[in-house]
Ligand binder design. Sequence first.
Ligand code: ATP
Ligand code: MG
Length: 727
Amino acid sequence: MDVSSLLDGLNDKQREAVGAPLSNMLVLAGAGSGKTRVLTHRIAWLMQVEQQSPYSILAVTFTNKAAAEMRERVEKVVGTNMGRMWIGTFHGLAHRLLRTHYQDANLPQSFQIIDSDDQLRLLKRILKSLNLDEKQYPPRQAQGYINGKKDQGLRPKHIDAGGFPIEQNLLNIYKIYQESCDRAGLVDFAEILLRAHELWLNKPHLLAHYQERFRHILVDEFQDTNAIQYAWIRVLAGKTANVMIVGDDDQSIYGWRGAQIENLHRFLKDFDGATTIRLEQNYRSTANILNASNAVISNNPDRLGKELWTEDKDGEPISVYCAFNETDEAKFIVGRISDWQEKGGSLSECAILYRSNAQSRVLEEAFLHKGLAYRIYGGLRFFERQEIKDAMGYMRLINNKDDDAAFERVVNTPARGIGDRTLDIVRSTARQQQLTLWQACVHLVEEKVLAGRAANAINGFMELIISMRTDTADMLLYRMADDVIDRSGLRTMYEAEKGEKAQARIENLNELVTAARSFEMPEELEDMGELNAFLSHAALEAGEGQADAFTDAVQLMTLHSAKGLEFPMVFMAGVEEGLFPSKMALDEGDRLDEERRLCYVGMTRAMQKLYISYAESRRIYGREDYASPSRFINEIPEKFVEQIRIRAQVKPSISKRFAARPATVTTKPNGFNDTGYRVGSKVKHFKFGEGKVINFEGSGEKGRVQVDFVDFGCKWLLVSLAKLEHC
Ligand code: ATP
Ligand code: MG
């Protein structure tokens, strides 16, 4: 391939970045301006023009999916297999290092990764063993504390808790938690990065080796790196590597997880001779979508400031839909998608983005009802589902008996008569004698501390694990998975549950066998054994490679996981105050800017058509909320918007075009007649007492109103029977 074709399809600024001399470089640009494209072409340029070996290149992306895509794109441009190039997420790459150098990292060869759910369980156990009240020390707070410290590169020994008892307790929890992870050979997500960083600091020969090797480091989405990721890159780069980072301060959305936008500035100071290239043309979205997104983000203070323009035509306006409730919203979305499909569009061109995973359920139901295929990224990920984690728990114990997290998960699942009291004895023995839970069981059985039934139950469990371990030793991975699902009793347990949910769980368990069957051992992990590799793969890739990846399906995901992606048609659902921006962000003022960036990320995913919807009432998290449209909707200039249906006539004098719920509503535009009760009015019911009318439908004999009763919650009532009194 000649040089010119490497630069084909790039504008002048992009070419400048792709063909720049070897040096440190920041490409700073807004959404859809081709940052990722530049990064990909730069890799190809390094090999084709600068004659660099793929072996000398390290590329960091934000998701495994993005890494796979980038590899594919580079292979297409270069025309060769890029097997030797290291490309992946920070976690994936750091994990690879730890596997290769587990001894230097002070880890057992069979170490396993635990996700945040496992981490929380471990912490609960520790809090209990320390007799700390969960109310005073919420496990999530301890989890946040530990991960936060690790993200900053801090071990307990680096922390001075001062004279503050709460901080001292948290520090103590951190210490004990870490000790028990170390004993059990468990590594949480933050630990992966921290250990990989410590590997550089503590093992100069390894650092020298990798510095010699990685002459070119490229990082996408740099605005979302945290302190430890930054430090890891910086130490590795040393004075020798050429580092290209690309990013957009307006898309920094992981501040809550320790990401630091300042890393963009810091880069310019810390990396010798670093220069900045700005891209300003957007190639993704229509002018309406782009200008609307620009207008929203312009409400944020302290931006680096980038102007984005497009040659694209205005396109359709952004459609804003006001739904009665979440079901109505889902119906609306599904309806639009089926229209799109009827006109020849494919489902995978449509994405629905939401703020909270909990919103997906109603949408899923609507899709199932309509018979449209959908696919969820993130959220209830395959490997995070309860039944899958149960089965994997057994596989993990077979792999490593000392895996405390797995032990906790399956010791009494399915129930086998091991009660809480017995487990408390096991836990406290483990704690007092610095043993893993398994070792504590061995000890208790040998010393005959446990009495009759408890001892038998524990013994039975241990024998089961040991025999599974022996019997499956020579089995193919998928046969082993199948065997474990049967012998553990999980299949029987879920079969006994009956119902659709249980059926789905069994299907998922079968899917696990399929996943094991199609698992391909990554080349770089060949030394570690198939089972171990499979378990790590599951922990790291959770959900990103769902089984139905190739069917044409609508894409459902959180706004966070949509970063870097693009779709012809995008729906942003639940754009309401309290949900988006989230309640938490509203309570903590400085988080609002980050929510607005998230809104910018969401809007700029759309190429041709953007829908934004909000519901006036929404049942979520087990309660019913009434909300007004998000302030972000009001920040979109009117000229870019088309309102699909607004329930109330909002008086022009109200400055916000999308006002909070109207005080009076007498008619609904879609044909519902007045029921005689206005939304917002107070009523009294002979049995349920006082309440407020919040919704209504139908008219005459069939008219119904929904009332939020002070003492009885929300109820739908037939007007003709309810005999409501106005009060
Ligand atoms: P984000 O900030 O959302 O990650 P980005 O800056 O990484 O966006 P890309 O995903 O690289 O942007 O590019 C956006 C879209 O524009 C892609 O479809 C890409 O193929 C296309 N594109 C980029 N540059 C050009 C160009 N010079 N000519 C035509 N299309 C382009
Ligand atoms: Mg990108």
